[in-house]
Design a protein around this ligand. Structure first.
Ligand code: NAP
Length: 240
């Protein structure tokens, strides 16, 4: 059975992604910084008849926690097929570069960028053991420099300057890691779920978590097509 690790999978889009991938027959490890929340999420999936799931404690900002999760999975698995770097925070307002809170900006990068990089570094050795390892970075359209620089978007997206720039950095990570791994079987892509109703935005988003997760599942399961270093939404490509 192919295996998946999803960070931040105890709720929201991460939990829905776990549900959909477990439904497709993958064994899914739900990364959760609070193990109890992870176990509760596993119970919810078990209640739906999905037994092929388990929880693993994983705080992406804490190297010791990521290393412990790696040890646990290495003891159980021959290979990890898919890593989904989904854990993310939105930060608080104001997010302007002109006057926004520097601590907020640093925390956003700590989780959304450094967290994904250090989790990936730790799991590459286990991913390498799979025939076609897949890394999916859950990004956002507010991280797209093309969209940020379009006149239509300029007006109100300053609301997300700090969050958006952390996702731009995550996108850079996607492209550069894909380049580093271009002579291997790895596929590394970014995907945005789109504006989705979750705790992240006080459930203001327009998509359901299930709809948001669908884009991620599509990219995670692209099959053996050699697609790498791309940015996706709803099965199509998004401009970087
Ligand atoms: P959510 O419901 O708030 O879920 C975020 C998840 O990330 C939670 O499980 C949270 O855990 C976890 N997390 C936060 N910090 C973490 C850390 N240090 N270590 C491990 N896990 C951590 O938000 P969501 O909307 O599902 O977001 C999932 C991803 O989609 C994020 O990367 C977000 O940026 C991205 N995204 C969302 C939208 C949207 O409209 N919702 C749009 C574009 C992109 P706790 O429960 O412990 O807090």
């Amino acid at each position: 059975m192919k295996t998946v690790l999803i960070t931040g999978a105890n709720k929201g889009i991460g939990l829905e992604t776990a549900k959909q991938l477990a439904g497709l027959g993958y064994f899914v490890y739900l990364g959760s910084r609070d193990k109890q929340q992870g176990l509760k999420a596993v119970e919810k999936l078990n209640a739906l008849g999905l037994a092929n799931v388990d929880a693993v404690q994983l705080d992406v900002t804490n190297l010791a926690s990521v290393q412990q999760a790696r040890k646990e999975l290495e003891a159980k698995l021959d290979a990890l097929n898919i890593l989904i770097n989904n854990a993310g925070i939105a930060g608080h307002q104001s997010q302007t570069f002109r006057a926004g809170d520097m601590t907020n900006l640093r925390q956003l990068f700590e989780t959304n960028f450094f967290g994904a990089v250090q989790t990936t570094q730790q799991f590459i050795p286990l991913l390498e053991k799979a025939a076609h390892p897949v890394i999916v970075n859950v990004s956002s359209e507010v991280g797209s420099l093309t969209m940020q620089s379009s006149a239509a978007k300029r007006a109100n997206w300053a609301l997300f300057s700090a969050y958006g720039s952390s996702k731009t950095a995550l996108n850079a990570f996607t492209i550069m890691l894909a380049n580093e791994l271009k002579n291997t079987a790895f596929r590394v892509n970014s995907v945005t779920p789109g504006y989705t109703a979750t705790d992240l935005n006080g459930h203001q988003g327009l998509k359901t978590a299930a709809e948001g997760a669908r884009s991620i599942v599509h990219v995670a399961t692209l099959g053996d097509e050699l697609t790498t270093g791309k940015f996706y939404q709803d099965r199509g490509e998004v401009a970087w």
